[in-house]
Design a protein around this ligand. Structure first.
Ligand SMILES: Nc1ncnc2c1ncn2[C@@H]1O[C@H](COP(=O)(O)OP(=O)(O)OP(=O)(O)O)[C@@H](O)[C@H]1O
Ligand SMILES: [Mg+2]
Length: 496
């Protein structure tokens, strides 16, 4: 019997947007199918329909010739469909084996058969070459290992379809290798695999065919081996965007030193020294966990400074709280949009205006017109897909939420001297990425000193004027854009 998953005329509307419009295509067993499209194109919505989290307004989902319809995620699991989201769906306090076998724990004379549970779990982990302790509560595992546990769990349930929504965003390069090996194993066993990512290189590395969505509509299916990045970008954006980096209009007149950090130490980093000039963009590279975010937190008054000195405009400063830093003109756009950034149940406008509310008063009241204007200008600058400024942030697609946080920390009323961007393009589509790079260069032209942290090496190398590399909480070197190569930076990042 031929095995496949088919979408037939699937449609889904939310207030003000047709998220999916008459989507039809087929995913075959033993192949990895990429779902590709701009932020807000409808990828996650389609996966949520597959997983039973959302119900389609029209059309149907067909598995091996049979129409399936789910009223809850449980139904989808029973039908053999597992969707792995970025937010983990494990029970944190339960251990690995209990999570993997949840709902199906082996029982012997009325009790859980712990011995069998452990040996079955071990066998599964070994099959995929994973060294994870079956008895450790999953909350103590790294993000990557938690994701592996979810995949094993899907496999154990004998899922025929396994879908991934931007699975590599929180992973390091080595972890990504392991994930790809796992996906390859699942494919070779004849599973139907759907893979959503904005990272082009991955699409070419791991998928067999590509379905492109645009504004909720099906555009086309392409064979991965017969296409190239340019064609993909053209199909998803609707135009050529050319070489992202060579078209950048950069700042070519740097000013004097704006920030001087000397021998800074916090509980997480040590002996960090660097300078930043007006109009300069410095990149921070390093492996996940190398301390880049922690340097910025210390600088921003979010972590205690144990020793060392920070000079802003030639004057020694010490920030006790982030508010002190903001008042001195430092803006930090955090890496984690959910935990440290957005208020998900408030509107786009509220989120963007939050740090500049004091400037938006008219007498005792808030100048609502001005609030709307500030929000609209950020929506326009970052091309945030939304029907109105009042939309609740929770209802935006992942990439559009990321854009709101950028909009907040770079809104027209922010009086920013130093802008710190921590992984600003995470989850952002290729077309918008190019616009964000140009925006960053434009800030530099205004004389703002920019600190740009990214795990995507090509991005840091091409956008920053100078790249500082960190390893295990301290700086291992610094190179100019002209000197920088991926190899030289990787060597510094691994302290070789
Ligand atoms: N719960 C919801 N309520 C209202 N609108 C929603 C809801 N979920 C999604 N949308 C809207 O549906 C559209 C498609 O969103 P979806 O999350 O599927 O996009 P996506 O392709 O996954 O984008 P991204 O690459 O940014 O993750 C967007 O316009 C989004 O704002
Ligand atoms: Mg999404």
């Amino acid at each position: 019997m031929e095995r496949y998953l088919e979408f037939a005329g699937v449609g889904k509307a939310f207030p003000g947007v047709q998220a999916l419009d008459d989507i039809s295509f087929r995913a075959q067993s033993g192949r990895v199918l990429a779902l590709l499209g701009e932020n807000g194109a409808g990828k996650s919505t389609l996966l949520k329909i597959m997983s039973g989290d959302l119900r389609a307004d029209t059309g149907s989902v067909i598995l091996n010739g049979e129409t399936v319809s789910f009223t809850s995620p449980f139904d989808a699991i029973k039908a053999g469909i597992s969707v792995i989201y970025q937010e983990r769906q494990l029970i944190p306090a339960m251990n690995v084996m209990e999570n993997i076998f949840l709902g199906d724990l082996p029982v012997k004379s009325g009790l859980i058969d712990a011995k069998k549970l452990k040996s079955d779990t071990k066998a599964l982990l070994e099959k995929f070459g994973l060294s994870i302790d079956p008895e450790i509560p999953v909350m103590f595992l790294s993000t990557a290992h938690q994701q592996m546990v979810e995949i094993i769990k899907a496999y154990r349930r004998n899922s025929q379809v396994v879908a991934f929504d931007e699975p590599t965003a929180p992973l390091t390069d080595t972890e990504i290798e392991i994930l790809f090996k796992l996906i390859g194993q699942l494919r070779d066993e004849g599973k139907i695999i759907i893979y959503v990512s904005h990272r082009m290189a991955e699409i070419f590395q791991v998928t067999d065919e590509i379905v492109i969505l645009k504004d909720g509509k099906f555009v086309k299916t392409l064979n991965t081996s017969e296409t190239d990045e340019q064609e993909l970008v053209r199909s998803m954006v609707g135009r050529d965007i050319g070489d992202t980096y060579s078209h950048l209009s950069r700042n070519d007149s740097m000013g004097d030193v704006l920030l001087e950090v000397k021998n800074l130490a916090s509980p997480y980093v040590r002996d960090v020294s660097f300078t930043l000039r007006r109009g300069e963009i410095i990149g921070f590279a390093g492996l996940v966990g190398s301390g880049r975010t922690e340097v910025m937190r210390a600088l921003f008054g979010a972590d205690p400074v144990l020793s060392g000195e920070i000079k802003l405009d030639g004057r020694s400063v010490s920030f006790k709280t982030p508010k002190d830093a903001i008042d001195s003109g430092i803006a930090l756009c955090p890496e984690d949009r959910k935990e440290q950034g957005l208020v998900l149940w408030r509107s786009i406008e509220d989120n963007i205006c939050m740090p500049v509310l004091s400037k938006l008063r008219k007498g005792l009241f808030l100048d609502t017109k001005a609030c709307e204007r500030v929000a609209l200008s950020s929506i326009k600058r970052y091309d945030i897909k939304t029907p109105t400024v009042d939309k609740i942030v929770m209802e935006l697609s992942g990439g559009n939420q990321q854009k709101v946080i950028l909009g907040r920390w770079t809104s027209e009323l922010m009086d920013t001297k130093i802008l710190i961007l921590d992984e600003p393009t995470k989850g952002i589509d290729v077309g918008t990425k190019a616009e964000i790079y140009q925006t960053v260069c434009d800030f530099a032209k205004l004389g703002i000193g920019v600190i740009f942290i990214s795990s995507e090496l090509t991005e840091v190398i091409n956008v920053a004027d100078r790249i500082i590399v960190m390893h295990e909480g301290h700086i291992t070197g610094s190179v100019t854009r002209e000197e920088a190569t991926e190899e030289s930076i990787l060597a510094l990042a691994m302290a070789q």
